[in-house]
Design a protein around this ligand. Structure first.
Ligand code: GTP
Ligand code: MG
Length: 186
């Protein structure tokens, strides 16, 4: 629909939206493709920091999926990084159409400093958050269980946060995530 660099390029704030957020390279675009069952709706890449704008995808009705720019990519100049952070913060705090946030964390190293900051922003904005622990196909079953346990421990006190293991590669959690998104959008 739109790739917006600045808030004035955002589509009109009507209907309902679900946004995807997470560190650069965590698998946001891959998750959007897996959930929508489209091969290349959102562009994926091996090099982090590729999605530099807010990308809005139109669904039937006045409904949208939103791919927020990845945070925490060290090689991006500080000025641009700050621009992203303030854009994401503004989007989360002001967007009336926003029904819920899909927050992705890499299951191999979740809860980085920026992930924690993001979770606290969501919590103070009283925004429903669904955490995907991505690339779970890279973990053993035991690792998956202990990761889920430690992430739960930190997110439970934050309120409306659900944690779901996820893989765009083997399909783990895709149905569950789609179900949550459909519920929010309705
Ligand atoms: N093994 C595995 N690899 C994945 C998975 N999801 C994404 N990847 C890989 O991770 C890399 C980054 O994926 P993207 O979907 O482009 O990540 P992104 O968060 O959109 O990245 P930026 O837009 O650059 O911030 C690609 O090489 C993907 O193939 C997954 O579930 N399992
Ligand atoms: Mg992307």
């Amino acid at each position: 629909m739109t790739a917006a660099h600045t808030p004035d390029q955002w589509p009109p704030d009507r209907g309902s939206e679900v946004a995807f957020v997470g560190r650069s390279n965590v698998g946001k675009s891959s998750a959007i493709n897996a959930i929508t069952q489209r091969k290349a709706l959102a562009r994926t890449s091996r090099s982090p920091g590729r999605t530099q704008q807010i990308v809005f995808f139109q669904l039937p009705g006045e409904r949208r999926l939103v791919d927020l720019p990845g945070y925490g990519y060290a090689k991006v100049p500080a000025k641009l990084r700050n621009h992203w952070a303030s854009t994401i913060e503004k989007y989360i705090n002001t967007r009336a159409a926003l029904r819920g946030l899909i927050m992705l964390m890499d299951s191999r190293h979740p809860l980085t400093e920026l992930d924690r900051k993001m979770l606290h922003w969501c919590s103070s904005a009283e925004l429903s958050t669904y955490v995907l622990l991505t690339k779970i196909d890279k973990l053993s079953r035991n690792q998956m269980i202990s990761t889920q346990r430690s992430v739960n421990k930190e997110t439970v006190p934050l309120g409306d946060v659900t944690v779901q293991p996820f893989s765009a590669v083997d399909g783990t959690g895709v149905k569950e995530a789609r179900c949550q998104i459909v519920t929010w959008l309705e």
